[in-house]
Design a binder for this molecule. Structure first.
Ligand code: AMP
Length: 134
């Protein structure tokens, strides 16, 4: 059975899309640690552990995440874009990109932001625009 993230990449479940190519898809985390918190996934490989990916998919995912992180950094005021891989919840490899002001912003135990649909739409549009300018 397809994972929720495969359904998102296929457009069967809605998401706030940030970037996409044939192999990879990036969208906003719906429970963000900070504004602009983005997830990057391989579209066609569901393996739930990043270090089980074949090398080509792993390298491609990292290269795509790098471009997305550059766009996140341009669109969202922050000191750094932090990177994390957890996979404790969704069994489909994904990289978290989190705009940071302090190291505490990458603490997954803290309460998540509650954003309106309009805020999610505006954040996704600004990152998408930065991605498309690259
Ligand atoms: P983890 O598997 O521990 O890396 O956490 C999964 C992440 O996916 C969490 O930060 C969730 O908020 C996020 N998430 C789960 N379902 C969705 C969804 N439908 N759209 C966007 N983000 C999601």
């Amino acid at each position: 059975m397809a994972t929720i993230f495969t359904k998102i990449a296929n457009g069967e479940i809605p998401s706030y899309k940030v970037a996409e190519n044939d192999e990879f898809y990036a969208f906003l985390d719906i429970n963000p640690l900070t504004k602009g918190h983005t997830l990057v996934i391989p579209k066609h490989v569901e393996d739930d552990y990043i270090f089980h990916l074949d090398e080509e998919t792993y390298m491609g995912l990292c290269a795509f995440a790098r471009k997305v992180a550059q766009a996140v950094g341009k669109a969202i005021p922050c000191k750094r874009v932090g990177v994390a891989v957890l996979g404790m919840e969704v069994p489909h490899t994904h990289i978290h990109l989190v705009p940071l002001q302090t190291e505490g912003d990458l603490d997954f135990r803290k309460p998540k932001l509650e954003l309106s649909q309009e805020e999610f739409v505006a954040i996704a549009a600004s990152i998408r625009a930065a991605f498309e300018q690259n």
